[in-house]
Design a protein around this ligand. Structure first.
Ligand SMILES: Nc1ncnc2c1ncn2[C@@H]1O[C@H](COP(=O)(O)OP(=O)(O)OP(=O)(O)O)[C@@H](O)[C@H]1O
Ligand SMILES: [Mg+2]
Length: 306
């Protein structure tokens, strides 16, 4: 288990160790959330590195990652705990077959921890030899509001009450990272308990740095062209702009094709790695792509005079 970072710079370093290139403001929110033991709440467009930060924190701090993927209809039985009914039934049958059944005793026996199925939130409250786990509550905007209200309670006291068993409280609060794609607003009451950070698309310098780490085999000139192309593409009015994940995918695809520079045909053939909606692809493919590429080449020429 690694020690928690002692400063914003140390947090930047920790994330970099996990190949995560963070903005200083994100490292500051992360540092404060670790230091003050409050959840980190990340909102932002798709593919900008919200989920990744929880994975990297778990990895670099040597903690267990407990992931709760949210969806519509997510309930306590899937998120917190559930009694194992079939095992409880077998226990009852065995007791009956054994003869003398003391109803009170049996009632207490079948609500023992042995018959409890722990779901992510309960698991995250359990002590772990590696230290408190990282609890990733991913895409909270997909869950329903009643679940969000329940979560508010859990995150206030880091405890869960199971009527038949009592209250289970974490000895050490987990490191909580909550993400949202903002398909709906999350209540202020929950946000107030967290450190909030809006994860932006990276600037060209940071995106190039990410490419160097994530696709080390890519040609340097190609990476530079890809980043500038994507940065210009993000200024267009598209239904779904490409995230960092798409930039990485595209560079990997181009590298597989042994490309060392962008050209209009290659862009047209591989644009599916970058854009995932037919309307967006139709808009970009052809003359628009050629025009963007011209712009990229002139930006490169302007920044590095021969
Ligand atoms: N700052 C970064 N440094 C390094 N890699 C990054 C960074 N941001 C994103 N990535 C890469 O981009 C990929 C996508 O990131 P991630 O899955 O965290 O996005 P997300 O914001 O959770 O997207 P979604 O909203 O679609 O779930 C990751 O696999 C990671 O490799
Ligand atoms: Mg995600």
């Amino acid at each position: 288990m690694a020690a928690l970072p002692a400063s914003v710079d140390a947090t930047l370093g920790l994330l970099a160790k996990g190949h995560y290139v963070a903005e200083r403001s994100l490292a500051t929110s992360t540092f404060l959330s670790l230091k003050l033991k409050r959840p980190l709440f990340l909102e932002g467009e798709a593919g900008v590195g919200k989920t990744e930060i929880a994975k990297v924190l778990a990895d670099t701090l040597g903690r267990k990652l407990v992931r709760l993927q949210c969806y519509e209809g997510l309930d306590v039985a899937s998120a917190v705990y559930e009694w194992n009914y079939s095992r409880q039934m077998i226990e009852i049958r065995l007791a009956e077959a054994g003869g003398t059944v003391d109803r009170d005793q049996l009632g207490a026996d079948i609500f023992d921890k042995r018959f409890l199925i722990e779901r992510p939130i309960l698991k995250a409250l359990e002590p772990d030899i590696a230290g408190a786990p990282v609890l990733l509550i991913d895409e909270l905007d997909r869950a329903d509001e009643p679940f969000e209200a329940y979560l508010l309670e859990v995150l206030s006291d880091y405890q869960v009450t199971i009527p038949e068993l009592g209250t289970i409280k974490a000895a050490e609060p987990p490191i909580v990272v909550i993400t949202s794609n903002r398909t709906r607003e999350i209540h202020d009451a929950l946000k107030r308990r967290c450190f909030y950070h809006w994860v932006n698309y990276p600037d060209a310098k940071r995106e190039l740095e990410i490419l160097r780490l994530k696709v080390p085999g890519a040609d340097a000139r190609l990476s530079r062209e890809v980043v500038l192309f994507v940065q210009n593409l993000r200024k267009m009015d598209l239904f779904k702009l490409p995230g960092i994940a798409e930039t990485i995918d595209w560079t990997q695809a181009l590298t597989q094709l042994d490309a060392i520079a962008l050209d209009p045909d290659t862009i047209n053939d591989t644009v599916g790695a970058l854009l995932k909606y037919q309307d967006d692809i139709a808009k970009v493919r052809g003359s628009q792509a050629a025009q963007l590429l011209e712009q990229v080449k002139s930006e490169i020429a302007a920044s590095s005079p021969a």
